[in-house]
Every structure is written in C-alpha cells, then in structure tokens.
Design a protein around this ligand. Sequence first.
Ligand SMILES: [Zn+2]
Length: 325
Amino acid sequence: MRFAPLGVAGQRRLRQARVGIVGLGALGSAVAEQLARAGVGYLRLIDRDVVEASNLPRQALYTPDDAEAGRPKALAAAAHLARLAPDCTLDPVPSELDADNAFRLLSGLDLVIDGLDTFAARHLLNDACCQLALPWVHGAVLGAQGQSLAVIPGDSACWRCLQPEPPEPADSPTCDSVGVIIPAVRLVAAWQAALALQLLVDRSRLRRALWACDLWAGTWQQLIVPRDPGCRSCGPAADRPALAGAPAAVVLCGRQAVQLRRPAPGELRSLAARLGAAARILDGVCLRVDAEGLSATCFPDGRVLVQGTGDPVQARAWCDRWLGG
Ligand SMILES: [Zn+2]
C-alpha cells in the first residue's frame, strides 16, 4: 500500500483480481507464489503434470514429499500456496489446456500467466486469449536465458505477431533437455509478476516490448515487437488456427513420459480397490498406479500420464492391461 503506484486502491484492486496461471513448472509456480503473497485474491492453477524429483532444483514451490507421492502440480501448488497466503482463493485445475477446454478454463479471468513449456501450447493460449480479449504475460527461460512480454489483445503485439507458427518440437530445446539455472527462473518470474501487477492496477508505465536477458553473460535487451497486420491471432482476418487442433497422444520431450487420452477411468475408488497395492488415490481426485516398472497418473479429465517409457505403443498396452480397455 505504501508503494505509490499501487497504493490502497491498487491493493484493493489486486484483492478483487482473478488470475489464471497455465503451467506450474519453474516459472508458473514462482509467479504464483509472488502473486499470492502480493495479495491477488483469486488464482486458478492449471497444470497437466505431476511433481518429479528432477523438478525440485528449479520448481521451488514443491518438496521431496510431493515428488515421492507423484502429486499433481496443480494440487501440490494449491496446498503450499494455501499455507503462504490463506486469504487467497485457490482453484486447482489438474488439466491440460486444449482447444476443447480453453474457453472454459480461461473464463472469468482478468489476466493469464504463461508458465508453459511448449510452443504449440503457447500458440493455443495466445489464440484463446486473443479471442477472449484477455491480457496475458508471456515468460520463457532456458539455460541462463529468459524473456518476457505482456500481450494486450487489440493493443500490443501478440505472441503470433512475433512467432507466426510454432516450430517443430524436435527443433526446440526445453528445460528438460538442456537444463536451466534457478537465478534465471527467478529473474524472468519477477518480470512476469511485475507486468501482471501493472496490467491489473496501472498500465501507465507498462513496457510494450519483448525483454530478453542472458544472466550468464550479464546482458539484457528490449526489442520493440510491431503488430503484424496479417497476424492469424490478432489481425483483422484472424482465424486462430490453434483453436481447431485436436488433442492426441503426446510424448513429453526430454523425459520418459507419454500422455494418453482415454475415457475417464470411471469411479477412481473402485478402480483403486480392484488394483489393490498397485494403486493409490492422490488428493482425492487422481489415481496413481505403479506396476511392471512403469507408473501412471489418471487425471479426472481423462488424461493418463505414463512415466517410465517414451514409447506410446508400450504406454497404451500397459494402460490396457492395468486400467482396462
Ligand atoms: Zn498478433
């Protein structure tokens, strides 16, 4: 309240604000913590994944206990944030943002934070936010390099103005394939959180540029991104192609994990009872099954995340054996 650009009125505005965070890995979980502590009144925490031990050096909201249990990140993040900021309303959504659910998952929000780790998902988020005229804050970090950009549909350049089409996944390194250092995560998360506070309270000093840094080289730059009049997301003839995509089996790059879409596994407790010692319920909403050297987490939205293999055929056969057809 004593920081003049926010003041009492700004703090009240933050209390009323509803912010969605899509992706609760290194960046998303760090921005979530800052916004919860800053007094944002409502956070919708959207993530498709579970906590693994290899996440802990960079995803500072989580603990070894979360990794041991294989807790869904959305639920683990909500549990930790509830202790840090008991006045914040937390809405955990253990789902993957896709073309079918994007409008539902982003409805009723004032702002969205990008904590995603694939280009395809970011293009989908951009298309959905342009359609909804919903501001969002891009952030990305890799190695010691990072970048951020505030996107105000209809006003500033959007993500697709900068990157018309997503590159092939094989061409794009990820944190899982080349690593990341946590100081770079913290720096980019701080830029994202500051942009979020500005977008929610006071846009007079908001920088409409892509900010990029290399923390190891000690360099940073701001790049003015012009709006593209032919942009398929925000231009006058926008067709927003990512919203037409169909979700499919996904091999999570850089790790031994495959995500499948299956019919919801029915009543989790009866499936858990049938599987006996191989299964346990996580946070009351997900089912974890460990068998034959693989493990799987069944989410309420019908996704199954199989860990321990990068082969979709093996993952499907394992699911047929253990979860039923
Ligand atoms: Zn655009």
